[in-house]
Design a protein around this ligand. Structure first.
Ligand code: ZN
Length: 373
């Protein structure tokens, strides 16, 4: 009885101070009383508050479990803001379902939902968790490790590959070779990690226990997420060099202000993008310029124009990266990377190596593009 009052009072306080999670109006807690419900909502409230604020530790999640599942928790964190609706608290968490799967263990489903004033509600994410009831309350866990349990494991030097069905060893060695070469280029040790080979983004979301994520509508390629020791990809390949480069820079440049469109140029040059090699990207770029000769590349750069899936800024920077690597050396492209988060010193840095400004940008890039063909 003591617990009932404690939880009811706390829950009452949360409701009065603005809550982080609500309940689906039609939810049923089979054979459970209101104490159970109040306790679950109280623990979920603290758990969701920490996710929303993207904290480094999440209440009611075991520390070890959190470390091993950082990619999953990253996926469901920091969710509330909508750029489209210009609202920091557009998406709200809701408990959609809760049912027992074992003794004192429940599967719970949570949705992040937004309601614009004048149109249909919008679903941001729907995901599942395991909730284990303890004497103190609840502990929450991701289904990720459980879903990987039956997967194969194969270690090649620095990388442990995890895969469900097929494994292409020569592709995997190519990835590990690139891992060593890129480490050497940066004068660091090769990264060591577990690489989880997903078929496509939806397959990876399923592994995470995520039923829906708004960012992956229609996508069949492109998901890559990594922490220090895990790398999850959704491209159905034993390697993802493009994202491995991002992982290196993420670790090497921690805390530094780097310019992402330049980093994308580096990734494009060494590893291509969106399933195209650098050469294929350049062919598409050249074809577009043939058909649209009136295009001014600096104007399009500032517009963040896209040629198919390829951002024009990354195509142009890929060409500049190629020139600098070939004529000056790798250190020059790393130097340009630190030209400010918004590229404030883009031309200033580049001018140490090549005469470039917004007036000769178009002709310089066109020359580089024509010379590559
Ligand atoms: Zn990229």
């Amino acid at each position: 009885m003591k617990y009932f009052f404690t939880y009811s009072m706390l829950f009452y306080c949360i409701c009065c101070t603005g809550q982080s999670i609500s309940k689906n109006k039609f939810i049923k807690f089979e054979n459970k009383d209101s104490v159970f419900e109040a306790k679950l909502m109280l623990f979920l409230e603290e758990f969701i508050t920490d996710l929303k604020e993207d904290r480094d530790t999440i209440r009611h999640v075991d520390k070890d479990h959190f470390e091993k599942n950082k990619i999953f928790f990253g996926f469901v964190s920091n969710y509330s803001e909508s750029a489209t609706y210009e609202d920091e608290n557009f998406y709200q968490a809701q408990l959609l379902n809760c049912y027992p799967i074992a003794d004192k263990t429940f599967k719970i489903q949570i949705g992040y939902l937004g309601s614009p004033d004048s149109s249909e509600p919008i679903v941001h994410t729907i995901f599942n968790l395991k909730a284990m009831e303890t004497d103190a309350g609840f502990v929450f866990e991701s289904h990720f490790e459980e879903n990987l349990r039956s997967w194969h494991r194969r270690k090649l030097d620095n990388i442990v590959f995890r895969y469900e069905d097929s494994f292409d060893e020569s592709r995997a060695w190519k990835f590990e070779k690139f891992n060593k070469e890129f480490a050497e280029l940066n004068d660091v040790d090769p990264l060591q990690f577990e690489y989880i080979k997903g078929i496509n983004p939806h397959h990876v979301l399923e592994l995470f226990g995520i039923d829906y994520a708004v960012a992956y509508n229609g996508e069949v390629r492109g998901l890559g997420h990594a922490t220090e020791d895990h790398f999850v990809s959704g491209i159905n390949e034993e390697g993802y060099e493009h994202d491995l480069i991002h992982n290196y820079y993420g670790q090497i440049n921690k805390g530094k202000e780097t310019y992402r469109p330049w980093e994308e140029g580096i990734c494009a040059y060494y590893a291509g993008s969106w399933g195209d090699s650098f050469a294929e990207m350049m062919t598409k770029f050249a074809n577009f310029m043939d058909k649209n000769p009136e295009t001014n590349l600096w104007e399009k750069y500032e517009e963040k124009f896209r040629i198919g899936k390829h951002d024009i800024r990354f195509l142009c920077n890929g060409l500049l990266v190629k020139k600098l690597v070939e004529e000056v050396g790798y250190s020059s492209i790393v130097d340009v990377l630190e030209c400010g988060k918004k590229g404030e010193e883009y031309f200033k840095k580049l001018n140490n190596y090549i005469e470039l400004d917004e007036h000769n940008f178009h002709s310089t890039i066109m020359d580089l593009l024509q010379n590559i063909q």
